[in-house]
Design a protein around this ligand. Structure first.
Ligand SMILES: C[S@@+](CC[C@H](N)C(=O)[O-])C[C@H]1O[C@@H](n2cnc3c(N)ncnc32)[C@H](O)[C@@H]1O
Length: 288
């Protein structure tokens, strides 16, 4: 995608090839990934054709495009297309980004009802399932649901309910969860009304329960809204499967880091080389 992306209904159909899209019922549901992806190594921001936006349904388009049909944030749009067109590539990307053990140790060791928003392919969900009587995992991108369910099944986590929803539309009862949590998903600059989203999350939290944002996008912004910020120290690196995998993923997601990774010649990559802060912190508040 180059230049401002405009939403327009997909004008074509390509029968016989399969794309498991979130825009179920949309013409693009029957298209191949190859039709929408510029090439296997194409960088994220140039990866998807303009027609790819046809995979988004009305609820998703309303959140990602303004009234004139222009993408609010093209970077965010590219990520949202990734979640829907190539969810397995997303899962491969984050497999090596393990959360700091301090985060998992900080969370309550036993919970009754947990609500996770933006669960993705389950980086945190599997661990939440182990410590909870029940987990509701909310995720807007339907193609992620299949990977998440599969991962939960393999982990024997059968007390997790996977449902569709958004930060501003959470299909879960109010004041009913002792832990409401989100990992690497609450990006306030991409949300129409981030304060209303925080309020909605808090409304799902039982009095005395915890609202936790793991690996927050903007801790100072959350602190200004009454959250505490906790950072866990110690060395952290991304652990890719192999050097080849690190290079292939960097070509797509971190093109600026490819030369550095090649020069270092290791499958272990510093977060700073990628331009990322490491997943070593969380913001939390107690719900009233
Ligand atoms: C970077 S991924 C993180 C996924 C997962 N929690 C993890 O740690 O790997 C961001 C997730 O937020 C979800 N997301 C994006 N917009 C959202 C919204 N408005 N409401 C809820 N989730 C959203 C995406 O579909 C995606 O699964």
């Amino acid at each position: 995608m180059k230049g401002p992306v405009q939403w327009h209904p997909a004008p074509f159909l390509c029968p016989g090839v399969e794309l498991r899209g979130s825009g179920r019922g949309s013409p693009l549901e029957s298209m191949s990934v190859g039709t929408l992806v510029a090439g296997p190594q194409a960088p994220l921001l140039e990866r998807y054709s303009e027609d790819a936006v046809g995979i988004l349904d009305a609820a998703e388009r309303r959140r990602l495009f303004d009234a004139a049909g222009t993408a609010r944030d093209e970077r965010q749009l590219a990520w949202e297309l990734l979640y829907r067109i190539e969810p397995a590539l997303y899962a491969e990307l984050v497999a090596g980004e393990r959360l700091h053990d301090g985060i998992l140790g900080w969370l309550p060791s036993e919970c009754d009802h947990v609500l996770e928003i933006g669960a993705g392919t389950g980086r945190l969900t599997v661990d939440l399932a182990r410590r909870s009587a029940s987990v509701t995992a909310v995720e807007p991108a339907l193609p992620m649901h299949d990977l998440l369910r599969d991962r939960l099944r393999r982990a024997g986590a059968d007390r997790v309910q996977v449902v569709r929803g958004f930060f501003d539309e959470i299909p879960a009862p109010q004041r009913a969860h002792d832990l409401v949590i989100s990992c690497s998903a609450f990006a306030q600059h991409t949300l129409d009304d981030p304060d209303a989203c925080l309020d909605m999350m808090e409304s799902r939290c039982a009095p005395g329960g915890l609202l936790v944002l793991v690996w927050p996008w903007d801790a100072p912004w959350l602190r200004s809204r009454g959250f505490e910020h906790v950072v866990f120290e110690g060395p952290m690196v991304v652990e890719y499967e192999s050097l080849d995998s690190a290079l292939a993923l960097a070509r797509i997601f971190y093109p600026h880091a490819v030369a550095t990774i090649a020069a270092r010649g290791s499958r272990f990559v510093d977060y700073t080389d990628l331009g990322l802060n490491a997943p070593r912190d969380l913001c939390w508040k107690r719900c009233v």
